[in-house]
Design a binder for this molecule. Structure first.
Ligand code: AMP
Ligand code: MG
Length: 497
């Protein structure tokens, strides 16, 4: 298999650097995107383009669209497929990597930050194994919709710059229109990158003696620069990096839990070092509150169920610690002690974020929030959610509006709870700022993706407008605020599509 040669242009209004490929050649395989026979822009994220310093008008031109699918690259760019390993549903795969994705390069935004420009669905790479290297319109639009919703909700995430239909038919259960997602991330470093580097460094003698260290340095410089100063501490910068990732992931997963997001594939190759949510496959938002909820067709054991997400993140972080052990201490027992202590930081950090988040959602600020009564009120509210399974998002909106009582089964318990809650003087404005009215509702996402797959983009625009504006009731977006009708039934989503 060889990569096609992609035209470069010295005149494109974009500059891409290749620091990842330069710093970590062992993890970067030079590769090119497959040519899209008839690329057609389906959706462009105009505000994100501007934020990145890209001209939206240019991105809509033929050259711009070819750029968005990797078929025209600026001179000096060096697209690569990234190598990584990963535990998938608990089982280790030593060589995953970008089977259908490419890092086009890094872009420096007008405010000076570095962002990865990445393609998904850009053709087979040497990491493709049995896969066709391609992606189809529905799932790429799902990533666009859900990642933009997460961004609007204030949850750290990769972003979607565009989805381009390639004009190629892709064989799935039935033939589907192919697409490429152009993705932006603060980086694509993941736990699996470290697992891969560790295996390479360990397995091939001294051919890559400093690979793990270089990867740590690269990650520290890019995401957690304070860790570089930890040279005099036990464990050094590598341990400080690990602690920073533990904190970032604990905060991230708490944010997911507070908005009812179920990722669906928390494999170690899908857990970032930056603390951004990545790889929106079989993900969806919870409607009825139930910790056992899964949406993924392949997650039969419920490994990545809503309520399992915090312990699964902790499990993934333990794999990161294992990969980094040799850098924590020369003595393995000492290294394990340092790693264990650092990992123990996950639970209190997560609990704090979850508790703070719930107090805010219930409008408990300042003195009200720190009182002992507040803790009981939060716990008892969660117990009501657990027994009555209301739609998480709209129930909190009803609570704010004073109509939640109409949506519980056990009115007596709710009334006595509500009385205690009201006595704490909940701050209605704080509630409005912390309880979204609009999340991507599964039935509406499905409707928009089905239509788009059939060539009708009409429902997508209003859906994107609604999820870009999650806060505050709005007459314009009424249809986007409620749970799916009962006729929608059990929602199932699929991986690797
Ligand atoms: P994911 O579950 O999307 O994170 O993907 C896990 C691994 O499977 C990654 O190494 C992907 O590159 C690879 N992969 C998923 N779908 C395909 C495909 N259609 N062709 C090639 N590789 C794929
Ligand atoms: Mg992945």
């Amino acid at each position: 298999m060889t990569a096609e040669t992609v035209p470069t242009s010295p005149t494109l209004p974009v500059t891409l650097s290749h620091r990842f490929a330069d710093d970590l050649p062992e993890l970067a395989l030079d590769w090119q995107a497959e040519t899209a026979p008839a690329p057609q822009l389906l959706v462009l994220n105009q505000p994100l383009a501007v934020e990145l310093g890209l001209d939206p008008a240019w991105l809509r031109t033929d050259d711009g669209v070819r750029f968005l699918v990797g078929n025209l690259v600026p001179e000096g760019a060096r697209p690569v497929a990234q190598a990584y390993a990963g535990h998938q549903f608990g089982g280790y795969s030593p060589r995953l990597g970008d089977g259908r994705a490419l890092l086009l390069g890094e872009l420096t935004t007008p405010d000076g930050t570095l962002r990865d420009l990445h393609l998904k669905g850009s053709g087979r790479t040497p990491f493709a194994r049995g896969g066709d290297g391609l992606a189809v319109v529905g799932p790429m639009l799902r990533e666009y919709v859900v990642s933009e919703a997460m961004h609007a909700l204030g949850v750290p995430t990769t972003r979607a710059l565009a989805v381009v239909a390639t004009g190629r038919t892709v064989q799935r259960e039935v033939p589907m229109p192919g697409a490429v997602l152009t993705r932006v991330a603060s980086s694509h470093l993941r736990v699996g990158s470290f697992q891969y580097a560790r295996a390479l460094a360990g397995g091939e003698g001294d051919r890559h003696p400093d690979l793990l260290r270089r990867l740590v340095d690269h990650a520290v410089a890019r995401h957690h620069p304070d860790a570089a100063h930890a040279t005099d501490r036990p464990g050094g910068p590598a341990l400080a990096l690990f602690e920073a990732v533990v904190a970032a992931q604990a905060d991230l997963v708490a944010r997911w839990m507070l908005v009812g997001f179920v990722h669906g594939v928390m494999n170690t190759d899908n857990v970032t070092i930056s603390g951004e949510t990545i790889d929106y496959g079989p993900c969806a938002f919870l409607e009825a509150f139930d910790p056992t909820t899964t949406f993924s067709s392949i997650d039969e054991g419920g490994r990545y169920a809503y309520g399992n997400q915090p312990p699964m993140a902790e499990w993934d972080l333990a794999r990161l610690a294992e990969a980094l052990l040799p850098l924590f201490h020369d003595d393995e027992a000492e290294a394990i002690t340092l790693a264990t202590t650092a990992l123990q930081g996950f639970r209190p950090r997560y609990s704090q974020a979850w508790d703070d988040g719930w107090r805010a959602k219930l409008g408990l600020a300042d003195e009200a929030a720190t009182s002992e009564a507040a803790a009981g009120v939060v716990d008892d509210f969660l117990a009501i959610l657990q027994t009555d399974h209301p739609d998480l998002t709209s129930f909190l909106v009803h609570l704010h509006a004073g109509t939640a009582r109409d949506h519980v089964l056990d009115v007596v318990t709710f009334d006595s709870w509500q009385q205690r809650w009201e006595s704490l003087g909940p701050d209605r404005d704080l509630m409005e700022r912390t309880n979204p009215v609009r999340v991507p509702r599964n039935h509406l996402v499905e409707e928009a993706l089905t239509a788009a797959t059939a060539g009708d983009l009409a429902p997508l625009g209003p859906l994107l407008a609604a999820i870009a504006s999650p806060w505050g009731e709005s007459a314009d977006f009424q249809a986007y605020a409620g749970a799916a009708p009962d006729t929608f039934g059990q929602y199932t989503t699929y991986c690797g599509t």
